[in-house]
Design a protein around this ligand. Structure first.
Ligand SMILES: C[S@@+](CC[C@H](N)C(=O)[O-])C[C@H]1O[C@@H](n2cnc3c(N)ncnc32)[C@H](O)[C@@H]1O
Length: 368
């Protein structure tokens, strides 16, 4: 990319800067780091096409470097205030726009940043992350591979595996002849599908009734299609389009819609929810648990989970919380976990995502 084209591209950002220091930082980032990134990717691709492993390393290093520089820039200009927030948002938007010259060749990066379903983390994106398969050709295959192998995406695969383990353990230890499961924010129900694909359901002789809820009807269609083959007289599936906001606002109504549950899980969703909705949602789920039932929620620990690449390349925006924030949120909202519920924490293999598990004690009173 020519320097003059980049200069035109960053003019819109300059209008949002507040002083010459900010202008200098922004210009430096785009004219040096971003131009260097685009040119560098094109050059190494040309030069090392015949050495794919080395080329992949070169591309990974360049991707990591440019987002590191972006993060550095963000920290330097980070000051509280709407104007600075808008400036940072615009810098990131422009960054994604100008690097399209190379990222457009990667189907996975393209899907991740364009978000065709209108929100980040849709079921197709998750399928790509779980499948861990390169979908593009040419330069795009290396960018696909980069995104699939960043720490934050690797941990999403570990998150699925951990939940399947929790599900298997719960089902196998229960003495009940019938288990009611509820996945809220199920996406393509990959967790449940993995449980069935691995044949773990055969270890349980009772009946499994699995309800899947998501705001996205295409995700539900997808889940329905792939789960259909496991349906039999001992395994039932239900699907419902609903949003967590709505559920949290009409707790009593949805308590009777869903009925009592033994295992409720909510994976990869809480990180998007503002605290007021999240807390109401937790209260709802705790309230519909049967005695002995578990409510399992995954959280990214933003002190550890590396959000920089997803943020800069894909515009995946989350509510940043760490373990302490979550525990404070429960305590500050008087969720009396000690008396009626047992609280347990489990980490995924990479320790950047944890599960908060609330088990309803057998002699507990109803919360709702
Ligand atoms: C990151 S995906 C996770 C999917 C699945 N739980 C998994 O772990 O593979 C998030 C899913 O939650 C759904 N979702 C996000 N916000 C939601 C909300 N407020 N109410 C219901 N579903 C929601 C999205 O439609 C998407 O399918």
């Amino acid at each position: 990319m020519e320097r003059s084209i980049m200069e035109v591209a960053i003019n819109s950002i300059m209008e949002l800067t507040e002083n010459s220091k900010q202008r200098e930082l922004v210009a430096g980032f785009f004219l040096k780091d971003v131009v260097g990134f685009i040119e560098g990717i094109k050059q190494v691709y040309k030069k090392y096409k015949m050495r794919p492993k080395y080329l992949q390393r070169q591309i990974n290093e360049r991707c990591d470097h440019v987002v590191f520089k972006g993060r550095e820039l963000e920290k330097k200009i980070e000051r509280k205030g709407l104007k600075t927030r808008l400036l940072i948002k615009e810098i990131k938007r422009k960054f994604r726009e100008v690097i399209k010259e190379v990222t457009k060749h990667s189907c996975i990066m393209k899907w991740a940043s364009e978000k065709p379903r209108g929100y980040p983390g849709d079921f197709k994106m998750l399928e790509m992350m779980y499948d861990n398969r390169i979908l593009s050709k040419g330069i795009g295959q290396y960018l696909d591979n980069y995104l699939l192998s960043v720490d934050s995406v690797v941990s999403v695969r570990h998150r699925r595996d951990k939940m399947v383990e929790i599900m298997r353990d719960f089902v196998n230890k229960t003495k009940k002849p019938r288990i009611e499961m509820l996945d809220i924010g199920c996406g393509g129900a990959r967790i449940l599908r993995t449980y069935f694909e691995k044949g773990f359901h055969k270890e349980y002789s009772g009946m499994l009734n699995c309800t899947n809820v998501d705001q996205d009807d295409l995700a539900l269609d997808y889940a329905r299609r792939y789960l259909g083959k496991y349906r039999n007289r001992k395994v039932r599936f239900g699907f419902k389009k609903e949003s967590i906001r709505n559920i949290s606002n009409k707790k009593e109504h949805f308590a009777s819609v869903f009925g009592k549950k033994d295992l409720i899980y909510n994976i990869g969703v809480a990180d998007y929810l503002p605290s007021n909705i999240l807390i109401e949602f937790i209260i709802f789920c705790m309230g519909i648990l049967n005695p002995g039932g578990k409510f399992v929620v995954s959280y990214k620990d933003f002190d550890i989970w590396n959000f920089v690449s997803p943020d800069w390349f894909c515009n995946w925006v989350f509510v940043h919380r760490n373990l302490h924030d979550i525990l404070c949120l429960l305590r500050d909202n008087n969720i009396d976990v000690d008396r009626k519920y047992k609280l347990e924490l489990q980490w995924i293999k990479t320790e950047d995502i944890f599960y908060l598990i609330l088990t309803k004690k057998v002699k507990a009173h109803k919360l709702l």
